[in-house]
Design a protein around this ligand. Structure first.
Ligand code: ZN
Length: 389
């Protein structure tokens, strides 16, 4: 594998990041990624990406986990090759799960939100290497509207020196002077907003951003590819297109009819605009609180072959019966290291996470705990349901 120069990290990493970074180092230091991989690794892996772009030296970057550099994408592709993975089109995944286990695990590459930087920086790398990949399009973003509200919130907190209770909806004044205070304020605001309705979240974020002088309407057209750019991408047969809903809806917060429209109508709308079939969906944010059994059934009933969550893990034979509820492994911008990569590809962190969760439950069973899958949200960013964020 090529050596990796760690990207500059302008703000000190949080304890959470340090904990997981130390875990990855320990796994590789003990060579556990080698000797436990035969047990921990699934039949394959679906990787989730967002932005791919050169590193920006900024002190306050609460959404940094959503971006990797082009160099790290190369590193990932080298590691997949080196670890014996075969990169396959997403549509091959159900067949791979149905077939007897072969020697090589599979990997599918997925990119959410339709960012222009993926076309600019990732597409040339992926095309040069001849690997298939999938772009998950949000209809409103390609239309130049819709709301990248986590970016609005980031810009608002970056510009404001403090946020009054009447602006935040919280009981106390939020200090936003300096990177550390801004990071804390972002976490508090994000957590509070995610507990409310989506309408309230969008309304509150817009008002905060506008109070900070942010050009809210300019964010999506600046960052997201439009239909013309996506159609140029559609000329590449190595690229599969999927739905990321019409409006990037937090589906579990929507009523049944609205959620069904977001899931079903986006399939047809994106296929019509691109002239390509849309047979897969990635649920926005994708954690247990944002997409669950209701959404998985709706996706199946709408004819999707595959539905992707951000619940972390490898894909195994147990997912054969639940193709619209597949886990993914998010490529996290806070952990662009060879150790993180080798650990994640081995599957060891997910087994360790499951064991730790089972141990916690055994030690302190909760009344009414049905044993269904529930993650502990880190609450520090959109699509942040990875345990190592
Ligand atoms: Zn998304």
């Amino acid at each position: 594998m090529a050596s990796l120069d760690p990207p500059p990290e302008p703000a000190p990493p949080s304890w959470n990041h340090r904990f997981y970074a130390a875990g990855f180092q320990a796994i590789v230091g003990l060579a556990a990624h080698r000797w436990l991989a035969p047990l921990a690794r699934g039949r394959g892996i679906v990787l989730a990406f967002h932005h791919v772009r050169p590193w920006r030296k900024e002190a306050f970057t609460p959404n940094r986990f959503l971006e990797i550099t082009p160099a790290f994408l190369e590193e990932i592709l080298d590691a997949l090759d080196g670890e014996g993975f075969e990169v396959v089109p997403l549509s091959d995944v159900p067949g791979r799960l149905a077939a007897p286990r072969t020697g090589r695990p599979f990997a599918a590459l997925t990119f959410d939100d339709g960012y222009r930087d993926v076309i600019e920086h990732a597409w040339p790398i992926l095309a040069r290497r001849g690997v298939p990949w999938a772009m998950f399009v949000t209809g409103d973003f390609a239309d130049g509207r819709g709301r990248l509200w986590w970016r609005e919130l980031e810009l608002a907190v970056a510009r404001l020196d403090g946020i009054a209770p009447e602006a935040s909806g919280l009981e106390t004044w939020l200090d936003t002077c300096g990177p550390a205070a801004k990071a804390r304020a972002y976490r508090v605001l994000y957590g509070a907003m995610m507990r409310g309705t989506e309408d309230a979240l969008l309304d509150r974020t817009r008002r905060l951003a506008e109070a900070a002088g942010v050009d809210v309407a300019g964010i999506v057209p600046t960052l997201c590819a439009d239909w013309d750019e996506l159609r140029r991408l559609a000329a590449d047969p190595s690229v599969t297109f999927g739905s990321h809903t019409l409006s990037h809806a937090i589906l579990a917060k929507r009523g049944t009819a609205e959620a069904r429209t977001e899931i079903a109508e986006s399939r047809k709308a994106i296929a019509d605009r691109l002239g390509r079939p849309v047979d897969h969906i990635a649920y926005p944010l994708g954690g247990p609180r944002e997409a669950g059994p209701r959404e998985f059934s709706m996706a199946r009933d709408s004819g999707y072959a595959i539905g992707l969550t951000t619940r972390p893990g490898h894909v195994g034979a147990r997912h054969r019966s639940a193709p619209t509820a597949l886990p993914r492994v998010s490529m996290n911008g806070h952990h662009q290291t060879g150790a993180a990569l080798l650990s994640l590809l081995s599957g060891v962190p997910f087994v360790a996470h499951d064991i730790a969760r089972a141990a916690r439950r055994a030690a302190a069973p909760r009344a009414g705990d049905t044993g269904t899958h529930r993650e502990t949200s880190t609450g520090i960013g959109a699509e942040a349901e990875t345990p190592w964020t």
